[in-house]
Design a protein around this ligand. Structure first.
Ligand code: GKR
Ligand code: MG
Length: 420
């Protein structure tokens, strides 16, 4: 079996005005959709960031894959390295791995690796999780990912959404209730670092009162100084399943852990094996949020999982705005990783668009189900792909920039971090 064609299609998906430490989401998030065609008529699918540094890398590599066996993942890695490093393009956000030129090789490899694994599995008529060692679970738990947000009518470029504004505790509890009623989530993550920290902690406490049996996490994306993070930890003792990236830097996280004893988690300060090593020395975080999109694919994330197991660290999963191909890749991976014992993050409920046949993937009782269907178990909807590509061509965004977007509403907004 040989690869005969590779297509990379950038798309723009509508995104609500969600608030975070950097600013606010733009009306569109960018993704790249990958199709790998083989000489026996199979097509493998992948999905990753659509920001310029990653998209350019994908486009430079794609034609080099023609003639390669989809089983030759070492050959894929050589071809990714052969095109050299992508260059930075404008703003790089620490909350947006796709906007960063660093470690782009792993992002590019990971994106194609998923599509190649999808083809491998289809050719063997098995699901992707079988290639990863088999499923230890078929129901993959995800958490309710709550955001403070503006109402969609803050600007006419946002698609109208029914979530409304979320800036206070009452609105946040209502958002959580809708998420839980609709999807059955059994745990809750609050994206913080956007509003005053004391107010955010009050809101988290309101969630605790409303959902006393749901494990809670808060993630200020390193926007709290060490002093603020320690003070908030005192207020949060007993409320949290884990405390995610409250304060910048591994050293800062290590000091915070020493001062509070709280379990700390990260998708910001352990993002590669060098940082992993440093973390083991410093005991900065106790839980690593994996993400195959920047760790270098599904198999590299399994290596990360083995390392976490070896060093006694917990393992969870991070997400950015994404569609169903990513959701199924995340789910097949989670199915095959025994020590991925926390409910995974997903932004999926915030996205109305979809590129796969059948529309949105069901999340029931808080879980995505992986089935026996070959590969990732999904097919591309070409009409939807064309429409979302058209949206990309017209949206005017080529790199995520939540800072500039926030300046439209708050002209004095800066990139300052930690802000509080
Ligand atoms: O989409 O605003 C966002 C999130 O803040 C995202 O950019 C982060 O990467 O989900 C993320 C996280 O857990 O840090
Ligand atoms: Mg995070």
């Amino acid at each position: 079996m040989k690869i005969v064609a590779v297509h990379v299609t950038p798309i723009a998906i509508s995104d609500p005005p969600l608030l975070n430490a950097s600013g606010v989401h733009e009306p569109f998030a960018l993704r790249s959709i990958i199709e790998v065609e083989t000489d026996n008529g199979l097509v493998g699918l992948g999905e990753t960031y659509g920001d310029k540094p990653v998209l350019e890398g994908l486009l430079r590599v794609k034609d080099l894959l023609v003639g390669l066996s989809p089983f030759d993942l070492n050959g894929l890695w050589q071809r990714v390295l052969s095109v050299g490093k992508p260059v930075a393009h404008g703003v790089e956000l620490d909350v947006a791995p796709g906007s960063q030129a660093s470690s782009a090789e792993r992002k590019i490899f990971g994106a194609f690796e998923v599509a190649l694994l999808d083809v491998q599995a289809r050719s063997l008529n098995v699901p992707v999780y079988e290639l990863l060692g088999g499923a230890v679970r078929r129901q993959i738990p995800f958490s309710a990912y709550l955001f403070f947000k503006f109402s969609s009518d803050v600007d006419s470029s946002y698609r109208p959404d029914a979530w409304g504004e979320t800036l206070n505790a009452e609105q946040l509890v209502a958002q959580a209730r809708t998420m839980i009623d609709r999807y059955g989530f059994g745990s809750i993550k609050l994206k913080a670092g956007a509003l005053d920290p004391d107010h955010e902690v009050e809101c988290l406490k309101a969630l605790k009162r409303a959902f006393p049996n749901h494990p809670l996490r808060i993630d200020p994306n390193a926007n709290w100084s060490l002093e603020t993070a320690v003070r908030m930890a005192q207020r949060l003792q007993g409320d949290l399943e884990y405390y995610e990236d409250p304060t910048p830097g591994l050293e800062g996280m290590a000091e915070l852990h020493k001062a509070t004893g709280l379990p700390l988690a990260t998708n910001m300060v352990v993002t590669d094996m060098d940082e992993f090593r440093r973390n083991v020395t410093l005991n900065g975080v106790q839980i690593v949020l994996s993400d195959h999109h920047y760790w270098g694919g599904l198999r590299a994330t399994q290596t990360l999982a083995a390392m976490c197991d070896t060093f006694g660290l917990g393992l969870s999963m991070h997400s950015n705005s994404h569609l169903g191909i990513s959701l199924m890749a995340m789910s097949h991976l989670a199915a095959a990783v025994p020590n991925l014992t926390y409910a995974c993050d997903t932004h999926y409920p915030w996205q109305d668009d979809e590129v796969i046949k059948g529309g949105k993937i069901a999340i029931k009782d808080g879980c995505v189900t992986v089935t026996d269907a070959p590969g990732l178990g999904i097919e591309l909807d070409r009409d939807a792909l064309a429409a979302l590509h058209d949206q990309y061509l017209h949206c005017g965004i080529t790199n995520r920039d939540d800072v500039s977007q926030m300046r439209k509403f708050r002209p004095d907004w800066t990139r300052k971090k930690p802000r509080f």
